[in-house]
Design a protein around this ligand. Sequence first.
Ligand SMILES: Nc1ncnc2c1ncn2[C@@H]1O[C@H](COP(=O)(O)OP(=O)(O)OP(=O)(O)O)[C@@H](O)[C@H]1O
Length: 725
Amino acid sequence: MITTNFLKGIAKRKATTKPFVSRKKLKAGHFTADNLPWKSVSRPKQTGLDGDDGILELEEVEGVEVLYEETTAGRVVKFNFVGEVQQGEKRSDSPKPDALGREIPEEPFTFDGENLLPHWNKWDLHPKILKALHHRRFLEPTPIQSAALPASLEGRDVVGVAQTGSGKTLAYGLPVLHHLLNLPRASASTKRSLCALILAPTRELALQVSSHLNSIITSIEYKAENDALDEPGASTSQNPGNTTPKRPPYVSIAAVVGGMSAQKQRRLLDRGVDVLVATPGRLWDLLQNDDNLANEIRNLRFLILDEADRMIEAGHFAELENILRLTLRESRIEIISEEHNVDLSESEANEYATQKPPRDTMQTFVYSATLSKNLQQNLKKRSRPKGNKKHYKRNEKLASTLDDLLLRLDFRDPKPEVIDLSPVGGVVSTLQESKIDCPVGDKDVYLYYFLLRHSGRSLVFLSSIDGIRRLMPLVDLLNIKAFPLHSQMEQRQRLKNLDRFKSTPNSVLLATDIAARGLDIPAVDHVIHFQIPRTADTYIHRNGRTARAMRKGFSMLMIAPEERRVVKALMGNLGRNEDEIAEMSIELSMLDKLKARIQLAKKIENALHKVKKSNHDRKWMKDAAETLGVDLDSEFEIDSQDEDKPSTRIYKGRSQKMAAMKEELRLLLSQPLVARGVSTKYITSGSRPIVDDLLAGQLNENMLGLKKTEAGNELTAKRKARKTN
Ligand SMILES: Nc1ncnc2c1ncn2[C@@H]1O[C@H](COP(=O)(O)OP(=O)(O)OP(=O)(O)O)[C@@H](O)[C@H]1O
């Protein structure tokens, strides 16, 4: 039987007879036979090698020099690769064979865009994209998509600013998918080389972007599968004997983020992907030991920065800058080094000179919901080369503002298209903002009031992880369905909690600002700023988790007297006045009742905390005694049989107290909350008869006497806005 390796041997000999490309231009290197860039070869019928003849794959390789080296251990064969691996546009014009050596026919694909998607049809988008958009019921482009697509599809660079939830992912994603779909479909055996890199500041956002783009690709596949059912010989349940191999995806999209197995991500990248969505930290980790990946990044066709302003925040920038450096052309390095007056050491200069030069035709897209207003002027000011210094030093001076970052990008476009659709004051038109004034110690009660009063999905922002750790057990005891989300949680748990929040209609997510940006959670009804955001941008981004894709949304600032100044400054930054924000009206008669519940829940939580702590101390003492080989004083042990022992007595006393408090809370929670003036006995009488609400189906079962209504209907009139300069 002829083996694959044997065929590799034939192919190899054949390849070495080909003329080599000039050595000067190439990066020569030794490879093992398996590491050479083999390409699959289709087996023509005439050779008799096209049947099921036991050959798994026929491959060939070009530009390989075979060297025989005499060593003390005998003769060693070395393969010197002196050819050029074409990065970027790796798909040739002719279809490639699949894993079984069959060519993948590009089936003619049409879509009646004119009638089914007239609003998208004005651009020459690939029909498969149109089909996917139609399948997802995205019947019209959003304003940012309308504004950005023409320039992006023309090959221009784009800086896009648009409100949260306005569809920015597809604004930059569709041009990438369009480009890839216009290339022949890759076969299973060809290694895809990276076409687009999307950098996102948080793990959650990166995963969300990749799943959003993947959902477009799956929509294409879904339709294609259905179409395939009509094809004779297609694999269906009626035709189980069919062995048609599973087709490789039209576009392969992967995410590499921290908190997940780096090894798996490395393997994924080794296999090759078209689009990579990454957080800068993990990508930089992977790049440290992967020259191939670094080369792929130098040859990107698309570089995309999502939530660009967040990237410059502490902790992200060093890695981001290192990654971006790979995409800088020499001329840009000269400009930057001149502007920042830095020198490149000789070895760094040599290293740069020997690397594959970055691609000239890369498109750069930068998107965010908040960018500085004078960005456009700054972009225009991007300097041209002066003099002929070739200096650049990594991390010499880190960018501190987004404008700085943008100036350090190497836009190939001399005049990137800047699209600024950010709403005045940063507020989305479908968002209702509100505020509530309350002492800092009463925020728990006010939050509890809000959550009982207005059902729905509420995202509560706190500024510290400790705050979440304190609030979580409290809301839990009060029977509120809540999930935490913060950076000290394991990635798996973070994603699980996000999923639970998404799938539970009446629930609460207690989150730090890691959830403030980019997360697309469908139907968040309320955003509550339990603690005031530190910057105006954070306020906008937090609010952006609700009122997405033109849906209605509601946000509420909980302002303690000591936070008043911060709020004033925050609104000032947005060119607004705090008085513009309407106040939430509160049924004060309810608050005392809720306070009683909260106080009891806090007492239980304190007691639980004490029990946990003493269990922990006891365990520690026991372990320490075991390690030291000494006997623990019996006073420390709890013995349920020995009631007279002080430790047992204390333990039992605590347990009984706890059980009593829990029972008391259970009773309190089971009693309906009744507003002042409401009679539950005589529903037609009292100063607030509830019969009408009952009949109209507007009875709020959590709070009798208050109508079931949306939070946005509970606002007092705004105070007259003072004029701002
Ligand atoms: N043309 C469209 N028609 C209808 N819905 C759309 C369209 N484009 C995108 N969407 C949906 O709108 C939602 C928001 O999109 P996306 O997450 O891209 O917003 P964004 O602008 O990136 O928001 P953020 O700034 O908060 O990250 C998503 O659920 C997406 O599926």
